[in-house]
Every structure is written in C-alpha cells, then in structure tokens.
Ligand binder design. Structure first.
Ligand code: NAP
Length: 308
C-alpha cells in the first residue's frame, strides 16, 4: 500500500514506511514492520538528557541520544542504564554547528531506518550573565548554534520524516516579540507570508548589525539569546505554514519553553528541575497520531502560549 511521505513523495513499499493509522477507528491499518525512531539533540545533559530519559520509557521505538562530544554522549547513555533505564538509548554524534556532522547523522538514519518519527531540537547555548564577551560575539555565536544549527538539522532531517512524525523545537519564553523595539520590524518578523530565507536574512541583519553597532537603530535589542529563540518561534510558524496539516502525513511541528530549569545553562537557583523542564517537549513529541493540532504553535507548561 503506497504511503505518502512528509517530503510529498509516495513510498510504494509500505514495509519500509511507518504505516498509516486509520484515524477514525484509531486502529493501525496495515501491519507494523519497522521500529520507530526518535532523535534528541544535545542529549548528554540538562533538559535534553531528561527528554531522552522520558522518551526511553514512553516512546514506542528506538531513542537516539545525540551529543556533539562523543565521550559525553556515551557517558550519558551509560548513566541512563545505571539509573535503571529499561529501554536504553542508542548514541550518535551530532554537532549542530557542523553540516558534515548533521549529514552523517542523516545518512546513518536514512540507511538504517529510512525514516524518522520524532525530532527534538533541544541543543542550545547561552552566554552566562557574568560573561564579558562583546555583543557582536554573543549575537554571532548564539545565533550560529541556536538558530542556524537548528535550521540546518531541520533542512537535513525533514525529508526523512515519516507519516505521524512529531518535531519539537526547544525555544524559550525569552523569545517573545515584545523584545523587538521597532514596530515595522515586529510587523516584518510576523508577516504572514515571510519565507524561511527572508527570516534567515533578517537574522543575518541582526548579527551584522551587532558587528557594526547599528542593530539597535534597526529595532533589534541588546539580547543575543532571546533573539535566537524568537527566531526559532518564527521558524516554527513558517515550517508549519509551509507544511499544512494533512491527515495522510499527519506531521506536527511545534516549539516550546521548558521553563526556568536547574541546568548548567540556567544555574542551580532556577525554579524547576531539568526533568520537569522535559515535560512539555516530551508531551509535544508524543502527541498521538491523527490529531490536527497543535501545529506551528508554542507551548509552555503543557499549554499553548503566544509569543506574539
Ligand atoms: N534551562 C533553562 O532554564 C532553559 C529555559 C528556556 C529554554 N531552555 C532551552 O532548553 C535547551 C536545553 O537547555 P539546558 O538548560 O538543558 O542547557 P545545558 O544544560 O547547557 O545543555 C545544553 C545542551 O546543548 C548541547 N549543545 C550546545 N551546543 C551544541 C552543538 N553545537 N551541537 C550539539 N549540541 C550542543 C550541549 O552540549 P555540551 O555538553 O557539549 O555543551 C548540551 O547537551 C536549550 O535549547 C535552551 O536554550 C533552557
């Protein structure tokens, strides 16, 4: 039975595709023959580690813990086993700043599973509050990891998404539109027909402006991390708009804020544990098949929240 893939291609050989569900009866319409696969970026510590841990117990399939540093990733997998994880994750190296590393993961997943069912873009970076790094460096480095790295992962892995796939971007409440000072820039960033490449150009304008020192006169704030997360929230709406819900493909793409969590990034005085921070991303990653919503939305504390 041919199955329509997210890429729009039709797979004639159903034995290599995650089967379609009979949405009305919630019964699987053809026999399952392939194990489902989830990939989590930045899984070696913090919220990503807890997302992997929760998926290992709740996701019906193979979970890949990915990390940019192989040893840190393997150590995290070992730690999960020591903590009693019954369905331990597999490991694959992934540095989202490296296109080569992204392509290696894509080729591996394609060759081994020919598809992907869950993608959690968790990997992220923020300068510490006490950092004295110049703003141009903050803007460039944070954007390269949080936005460009995540976008490159999406561009590489989206063609592998199987029917019923779930994509979750771990953004932040810091990424709200109100950080943008200029009304015309706010209007541009939320223009309904803004394209992915136009968003990339706007983000580049921010990074270049931070170098020349005129980003504020163009309406951008002195906030590197927050702008990267706003860009991720905008990207989420663009990706969902460009891939409207279709009951055959049934792919959902959303972003979320995990809350203020005790991790290396946010420090130990934060209000939530990393495990609590994993709850919303895991909820979005495990939305059952056949639900039209949420798609292109932002969630926090398991509820939809507007970043506009
Ligand atoms: N903690 C919070 O309060 C909070 C609030 C809102 C949003 N968030 C978001 O939640 C996500 C997880 O944050 P966290 O608090 O768990 O931070 P964390 O403890 O610092 O963990 C960040 C993870 O991202 C990985 N990473 C960084 N750059 C990478 C790259 N180029 N390629 C692959 N992995 C990379 C890190 O790997 P290394 O160990 O190799 O550095 C680490 O595994 C981030 O996207 C963050 O922005 C966190």
């Amino acid at each position: 039975m041919p199955v329509k893939l997210f890429s729009g291609k039709v797979c004639e050989n159903s034995s290599v595709c995650w089967p379609k569900f009979n949405v009305k009866s919630s019964k699987i319409s053809i026999k399952m023959s392939v194990r489902r696969v989830a990939v989590v970026t930045g899984g070696n510590k913090g919220i990503g580690y807890e997302i992997v841990k929760a998926l290992c117990s709740k996701f019906d399939g193979i979970v890949y813990l990915t990390a940019r540093d192989e040893q840190r990733g393997l150590d995290a997998c070992k730690k999960l086993v020591e903590e009693g994880c019954q369905n331990p994750p597999k490991f694959h190296q992934l540095d989202i700043e490296s296109k080569e590393s992204i392509e290696r993961l894509r080729d591996y997943i394609k060759a081994k599973y020919n598809g992907l069912d869950v993608l959690v873009n968790n990997a992220g970076f923020a300068y510490k509050k006490k950092s004295t790094a110049p703003f141009n460096e903050v803007a460039e480095n944070t954007m390269r990891i949080n936005f460009t790295g995540t976008l490159n992962v999406c561009r590489s892995l989206f063609p592998l998404l199987n029917p019923h796939a779930r994509v979750v971007h771990v953004a932040s409440m810091a990424g709200t539109l109100s950080i943008i000072r200029s009304e015309s820039l706010r209007n541009e960033l939320t223009r309904p027909n803004l394209t992915e490449s136009e968003l990339v150009a706007l983000v580049q304008e921010f990074v270049e402006g931070a170098k020349t020192g005129d980003h504020e006169s163009k309406g951008w704030p002195m906030k590197g991390y927050a702008v990267t997360k706003l860009a991720i929230n905008i990207l989420t709406t663009i990706q969902a708009r460009d891939r409207p819900y279709d009951k055959d493909t049934d792919v959902l793409i959303n972003s979320c804020c995990p809350g203020w969590c005790r991790t290396d990034m946010a420090g130990q005085s934060a209000s939530k544990s990393a495990a609590e921070g994993a709850e919303t991303p895991v909820f979005l990653a495990l939305i059952p098949p056949g639900q039209e919503q949420p798609h292109g939305k932002n969630y926090s504390e398991l509820k939809e929240r507007s970043w506009k």
